[in-house]
Design a binder for this molecule. Structure first.
Ligand code: ZN
Length: 164
């Protein structure tokens, strides 16, 4: 697992999965159980300062999530941890469960998507875990816009003078 995300950040967990990262999204767990899930090579994402400090005190990797909008949270995360904010559908994971997606034949999606969707799109993916079917529908425009905005914000963070 690359990222361990606490219950506050379901949206961030979904974004990171779309970007292809292995994310454990933990709901209804106490701090001790959350910290136990942060293994070597994984990073805890939280905006709980106490939890963040406990993680750092234990020598774990952690990032304090800040920002008002999804793009701002993403850009701060990307700047701090050098994350690529481009979507590659070959790497994307299921935003719902985090499992790997695989491309499927259009005919295999036929009975599982709305008829209008089937008529309009040719490329479909299936989650190897929960079996949910995905396609690049109208909402992809918004996904790309949010990522483009986040990328431009990363640039402004990177060029901001460091305060000592
Ligand atoms: Zn899934």
């Amino acid at each position: 697992v690359r990222f361990v995300v606490d219950s506050m950040h379901g949206s961030l967990a979904r974004w990171l999965r779309i970007l292809g990262h292995d994310v454990a999204y933990l709901r209804d767990l106490d701090d001790r159980s959350i910290l136990a899930r942060v293994g070597a090579g994984s990073v805890l994402l939280t905006s709980d300062v106490q939890l963040f400090r406990r993680a750092i005190a234990r020598g774990l990797s952690a990032h304090l999530v800040k920002g008002k909008s999804p793009s701002e949270r993403l850009s701060r995360l990307a700047a701090a941890l050098t994350i690529d904010l481009e979507v590659d559908l070959k790497r994307s994971r299921c935003p719902e469960c985090g499992d790997v997606l695989r491309s499927i034949e259009k005919s295999a999606a036929g009975s599982r998507v709305p008829r209008m969707t089937y008529a309009r799109y040719d490329d479909f993916w299936e989650c190897t875990g929960c079996r949910k079917v995905y396609w690049q529908g109208a909402h992809w425009k918004r996904i790309r816009q949010t990522l483009a905005k986040a990328r431009s914000q990363v640039k402004s963070i990177a060029t901001r003078p460091v305060r000592l």
